[in-house]
Ligand binder design. Structure first.
Ligand SMILES: O=C(O)c1ccccc1N[C@@H]1O[C@H](COP(=O)(O)O)[C@@H](O)[C@H]1O
Length: 209
């Protein structure tokens, strides 16, 4: 199973990701996040990272700013984690692959939420609704995804933790999980915001593969 390690802030830790089997590194471009990339990494350091797919995570940022960062930092994919409209996603998707994140509450109709985005995004992400926009460390009920036709590859996110490996393997076996593209990990693997426990990340990826 592919793994995206999100909220990376330390160049030395990013450098390790490929060799331990991660597919994507996520960088948060949301200034209000404790994982805001430019708190600990310079633009030049980010530009120099070449050995892993770089995903930029944005929250309601102006389109021009997102596209500027895509070019400046050499991003491979953009994750839109705010309240971005389908038209907004479409404008970004003209230039780069777009992952639209949906923050789920109990009883949300996923089919209804994703429908307007179906033709304007490349992939989806499902995360947990909470205070703020992401990095809540909380899980939603994955059963909400059962019996839903997602129709696009998706990332499973929200509070995924080191001891979730067996649960994830079981989830991936469900017929309705065939669109599961990758697992997204973040705050539950941290020593402090933006500083990952790389041993935990390594063990998780190894056990999951
Ligand atoms: O991590 C953040 O600070 C953040 C801020 C704003 C938008 C998105 C953010 N992170 C994303 O949230 C998911 C879930 O994180 P967690 O596992 O619940 O901590 C994470 O993978 C990021 O993509």
């Amino acid at each position: 199973m592919r793994v995206k390690v999100c909220g990376m802030m330390q160049p030395e830790q990013v450098a390790e990701l490929e060799s331990i089997g991660a597919t994507f590194a996520g960088f948060i471009f949301y200034p209000k996040s404790p994982r805001y990339i430019f708190k600990q990494m310079s633009l030049l350091q980010l530009k120099k990272i070449k050995n892993i797919n770089k995903v930029g995570v944005f929250v309601n940022a102006p389109v021009e700013e997102v596209l500027h960062m895509v070019d400046e930092c050499g991003l491979h994919m953009v994750q839109l984690h705010g309240d971005e409209s389908p038209r907004y996603c479409e404008r970004i998707a003209d230039y780069i692959s777009v992952v639209k994140a949906f923050r789920l509450s109990e009883n949300d109709s996923i089919e209804w939420m994703i429908k307007p985005y179906m033709d304007v995004c490349d992939m989806f992400m499902f995360d947990t609704m909470g205070a703020g926009y992401g990095g809540t460390g909380k899980k939603f009920d994955w059963n909400q995804l059962k019996n839903v036709t997602i129709g696009k590859p998706y990332f499973l996110s929200g509070g995924i933790q080191p001891d979730d490996v067996e649960k994830l393997k079981e989830f991936a076996k469900e017929p309705s999980s065939k669109a599961l593209f990758a697992v997204d990990i973040n705050s539950k693997f941290e020593v402090s915001p933006g500083v990952k426990d790389m041993q935990k990340v390594k063990t998780f990826i190894k056990e999951l593969s």
